[in-house]
Design a protein around this ligand. Sequence first.
Ligand SMILES: [Zn+2]
Length: 130
Amino acid sequence: MRNCKYEECGNKVEGRIDRLFCSNYCKTAYHAKKNKESGKVYFKKKVDDVLRKNRKILAKYNIKSKATVRKEVLLNEGFNPRFFTHYYKTKAGDTYLFCYDQGFKEMRDNQRDKYLLVLWQPGMEKQVFG
Ligand SMILES: [Zn+2]
């Protein structure tokens, strides 16, 4: 006899050979679990895609390893500032947000419509990796 396809069940399945579940309950539970898992995979992929896209856009505009660019320009390219991989705090108290090796920070005062773009430096590693 076969086992019920819903792994957490453990019952044997009786009846027709094409019957996979011991009950409707197990059939429903199996599909609910599967959907939930694929939802998680989908979410992770979506986040990965945003991060990679952000990195690509920052790299495109950060030509000389330090650059200023209008926020609007990046946003029009599809940059999403809510997504970043980590942050770095300078001694002066500024916080740079990074997408992998590409960093960005909102500029101050009357330049708040711009981002300052920087590159990740080896010297920064101690702070974030410990
Ligand atoms: Zn079952």
